[in-house]
Design a protein. Sequence first.
Length: 701
Amino acid sequence: MTNPTQPHTVAAALAPETTVLGACPHDCPDTCSLVTTVRDGRAVHLRGNPDHPPTAGVLCTKVSRYLERVHHPQRLTQPLKRVGPKGAGQFTPVSWDEALDDITARLRAIAARDPQAIVPYSYAGTMGLVQGEGMAARFFHRLGASLLDRTICASAGAVALQATLGGKVGMPVHTFADSRLILIWGSHSIASNLHFWRYAQQAKRAGATLVCIDPRRTETADKCDAHLALLPGTDAALAYALIHECFVHGWVDHDYLQRHTVGWEALRARALQWPPARAAAVCGLPEAAIKALARDIGACFERGEPIGIRLNYGMQRTRGGGNAVRAVACLPAVLGAWRRRGGGLLLSSSGWYPVQRDALYRPDLLSHSPCPQPRTINMSTIGDALLHPGGADWGPRIEALIVYNSNPAAVAPQSGRVVQGLRRDDLFTVVLEQFQTDTADHADYLLPATTQLEHWDIHLSYGHTDVLLNRPAIAPLGQARPNTWVFRELARRLGFDEPCFDDDDLTLCRQAFGEAVDFERLLRDGWAPLPVPDVPFAEGGFPTPSGKCELFSATLAAQGLDGLPEVLPNHEPAGADPRHPLAMISPPARHFLNSTFVNVKSLRDAEGEPCLEIHPDDAAARGITDGDIVEVFNDRGRHRTRARVTTRARPGVVVGLGIWWRKDGLDGTNVNELTSQALTDLGRAPTFYDCAVQVRRGVTA
């Protein structure tokens, strides 16, 4: 490893051969520690850090190909200015000074009218606290730009956990190795949480039963002992049926409920309204399958064995997704599963991290801005926002969009509306990117961004409880620059003279956790653990207002919501509209991560081409055979793609594996042409998996 006693510099990375510790930047619970081998200034090998316990030397298929992304022949390496029509992707090279001077002039003129007309758009293209919002938030706060409600992935589940457990906290991931029954609920763990899967396999070798709950028969489901392929958006009904059986059969830790929960009697009363037969009808499952799972839970309870639930975010992307997470999160308290190592639930561990967000993001700078209380734009409805004419109740029309760490033209719902907005001639768009994505095609200025191997950053995780530091391993390719550099330069040109805009990236890394984390250990080892106990809630102590697991949430009730988890139907229930009788879900393809890695050749070749999975019964009813070109459509749009007739899709549900760039589609669309801007019950999140469609056979390619 690089000598930790010496300050890391790019010059050190240019030595004949060295290894540099880093962290995976991508939107995955695992947040792996990386070891990059650099020879003559070029990254030549990347592997997982064997000294980091969660990583254990192993990387997923995607990140193991990361060097193909870093050294990709299509990397953006110089600033570009649009010369053709919006969306045509026609650019000419310009200098950084020319680009930043013009961007500054345009932003200054818009801000003089109303800085809220400027909107940042970003998410988890990097999960780093520094290259994510570390300097960007300071810039936009000082500018007085509109705030962005970053809801597109996890906010429904986050609000649900906050209401029930008190935050995004749960059982440490390594303790799943001690579970004797593991429910993998709404998660394709082999593809999206590989290092949890290692612990699940340890448990299985020790005799544990693994159950997958997912509308699609994934490769994870293939390797579990049982698979419940429920209809999308019916998870709360299934959770209540399991709680029903626990109360009916006495699989209940009454002592835990009495001492460490709030509202268990009310929860019991509602659960008793959900016998397995009722839930089976709602979920599209055999009643016997629900009862069998309940018996497995009961058997573990009676033997005093730990039961662990690994949730992921797929289940909360329907209208009732937040309440579904709440319902599932009640189950460990009913069972007293929190008492035992290997018992409880994990959706996200990010709430354990003592991030010093005010110090890093400086919301106090709003008071220095021309607009100290700007409006908030929901990123999940960016299509409608870009097309809104403005008004008294809305504020000014969006005049400038600054996009970094995201690709909204491909990933945002109802993408036809998003693209229509991006094509406005009066919208000034700046995109910080590594590649010419669908969104980049619509930029007025396209600024080349660094990859993870080319900048400093610091990371938390939502799947384990270690802080990771990322050192730059190589010099930035060409004229690529970190996001932080770009926002510092814009701040300087706009005359923002607050000292915080002079903080360099290593300083920002130190500020992220302050004294709460041993930074010298981060410099030495690349990671540092948080002191989270293996059995965090054995005696209660939840970070809720009551200190208990709040099965009934007074906080939600005070907002006029149901204090108990609700079973809410989808906005577009499967089969309810005879014109669009099929439910469509659109999980990421195994070799992609949202729209990232789509242009990495080895991964693209492994994935093949955009497709729609359809069950043989649904295909036969429509005269569709495997390999046909089909048209998937609803009132929002149409998308042509290849049919894959397979039992991975359950009857009544089609699966549009994503997220391919729109430009890769047969007609320049992807599955988000069809998804809705309707929001979830909690957290104002998108409802990607609450989407009714019809499918018909198209012309043969």
